[in-house]
Design a protein around this ligand. Sequence first.
Ligand code: HSE
Length: 293
Amino acid sequence: MIKIRVPATSANLGPGFDSLGLALKLYNTFTFEEKSEGVEIIGALDEELDKDNLVYTSMVKTFDFLAYKPKGIKINIETNIPVSRGLGSSASCILGGVMGANEIAGSPLSIDEIFDLSTKIEGHPDNIAPALFGGLISSIMEEENIYYNKIEIAKGLKFVAIVPDFTISTKKAREVLPEKISYKKAVENVSRVSLLISSLVNGRFDLLKYSFKDNLHQPYRGELIKGFDKVLDKIYEFGALGGYLGGAGPTIMALVDENDKDFKLKIEDFLKSINYNWRVIELEIDLSGAKVI
Ligand code: HSE
């Protein structure tokens, strides 16, 4: 039996659209067995218990790539990462499938090959990279090539996921993005993303609130979430150092001083007064990434 644990991720981090992401200590666990025949999937949501299941389809792509033909497969999925909420649940399923297939086939793939294959399945690297390598990762896709770099951030932060009770698919969230933005807005994003990375590395957490503003996706996707601007304002009012729309949303992320005990209680209390039911989860950064356990 093969067991693989993959962390949740938070992508974009404000101005780092499609290029920045970090791993969080919240995990999906996938167990795989090669059987004598058939495909059996347990533990997924009802609508995912068939051959369209993302873990299974990612395994099939990996087996095809490796020219390996399993007789049959049993997959058990233990889900803790909220689905379609901007916390990297799809990336975790893709990596689970690719890594599971690689283990079954005798581990022929290097970690960079696992990254390459998984990123091509997902279409962008900003969730796959931190889910696989852990920590905060910057990454780019250039034609067929994908480049990444791990960024060591200063200690002292916790990450608070503010998760509403509805889903937004990445497909839908990408459809609302504009085709073009102005030169001025592009320059603003470049300056913010560089300020963001340097502030995280140097521990200049006082600069985070200026760094997280974004022109590329947050204004458009924020419209899909009633009360988004209000929650973001309250995050800062209650003492957060930074806040942004997590991945494609609808989760809103807050960066908070690790010793702050009041933020969670205050934001939970406020959320009772607005639309949706919200869950607030305090998380630490995961530095190890996906693991065969
Ligand atoms: N960078 C991606 C997006 C993350 O924002 O669309 C979600 O998969």
